[in-house]
Write a protein that binds this ligand. Structure first.
Ligand SMILES: *[C@@H]1O[C@H](CO)[C@@H](O)[C@H](O)[C@H]1NC(C)=O
Length: 330
């Protein structure tokens, strides 16, 4: 028996073919550059969030601020002697469900109005929200109307009212325990979330704030059906992950303050689930108006019909790739 020589399967590939393939790949990358950049920023958030954290996490050392609020009067509605950068305006958003008229939420909201006597107070409903978007953000109106999930409309509206009026945006299930005066000296404040980013259920900002403007302006770029799945779509297009990503990639985050507890109790201001913080009683996910519940309810209406398809295609592609690689090696 002679030694068998394997038939040579090595074909010389014409350099022109290689060049064309390379050009195609580059063209593809170029066409997908926005998607690639946005995906990169969203995925990179956990790695970038804490960069320069000392400059924007509120603290006694850096800002002379008492994050426990123990040293501030519960009725302090101004930052005096510091200038008030945040105007005296409260915003609540109640789209769709008719919760605006539900007595429980009226009472919870009233606690915040009572803590801030004399402040302007907006309760944004379907009609007033639509009018605001049409009048002041006409370029975004079609997109805003077409959002697939109700919570996306609410989230986008938070940034728009905050940009246009400034003030404080509050979820309907936040019962106020004290006035926000001490925080008004900062041009932007939001409570830390765990493990990264911040919650958008409570935000304070100056009118026409540059960062909040970025949140409004970037809505269109990030408006994708991320992975074809409801949860990432909401979080990445308008939700906390979106806002935190824009924060993380802001060139100067110094004045975009994040409110967290002292080192001994870093989660003091987190608004996950039913909790009591120095500022709020968060009535939490038993209610439609908690952020989590609103999202689940909202998503439930559009239960992910695409999910099995995306998953199936993913598994199939993975399987084919692995088989190919194995065959080549074999
Ligand atoms: C960032 O902003 C702060 C004020 O918000 C300013 O004092 C600081 O100089 C800025 N840093 C840079 C690098 O521009």
């Amino acid at each position: 028996m002679g030694v068998k020589t394997l038939p040579s399967r090595v074909h010389r590939t014409h350099p022109g073919v290689l060049a064309a393939a390379l050009a195609l790949i580059l063209l593809g990358l170029w066409c997908a550059r926005d998607l690639l950049y946005e995906s990169y920023t969203l995925v990179a958030l956990p790695f970038f969030w804490k960069r320069h954290a000392r400059s924007f996490y509120l603290s006694a050392a850096h800002d002379g601020f008492d994050v426990t609020f123990a040293n501030y009067s519960a009725t302090q509605t101004s930052a005096a002697p510091f200038p008030d950068l945040v105007p005296p305006v409260l915003h609540h958003i109640s789209l769709g469900s008719g919760a605006a008229t539900h007595s429980k939420w009226t009472e919870v909201r009233q606690s915040c109005l009572d803590a801030h006597p004399g402040w302007d107070a907006f309760l944004w409903t379907d009609e007033t929200a639509d009018a605001l978007v049409a009048e002041h953000f006409p370029a975004l109106r079609d997109m805003w109307m077409a959002y697939r999930f109700p919570i996306q409309k609410i989230d986008a509206l938070r940034y728009m009212v905050l940009y246009h009026y400034g003030g404080v945006v509050l979820d309907m299930d936040l019962q106020c325990k004290r006035a926000f005066g001490p925080l008004r000296r900062f041009e932007f404040v939001a409570p830390a979330a765990h493990p990264t980013g911040f919650s958008i259920g409570f935000m304070m900002a100056s009118k026409g704030n540059e960062y909040v403007g970025r949140l409004v302006d970037s809505l269109r770029r990030y408006n994708r059906h991320w992975l074809g799945l409801p949860y990432p779509t909401v979080m990445f297009s308008t939700g906390c992950h979106y806002a935190s990503t824009i924060h993380a990639f802001h060139p100067n985050r110094t004045s975009l303050k994040i409110l967290a507890g002292p080192r001994s109790q870093p989660r003091m201001h987190n608004l996950n689930g039913p909790v009591s913080t120095p500022l709020f009683n968060h009535l939490g996910s038993s209610s439609w108006h908690s952020y989590d519940a609103a999202m689940i309810v909202g998503l439930g209406k559009h239960h992910g019909r695409k999910l099995p398809i995306v998953f199936g295609v993913g598994v199939a592609v993975g399987f084919l790739v692995i088989r190919r690689v194995r065959r080549r090696r074999g």
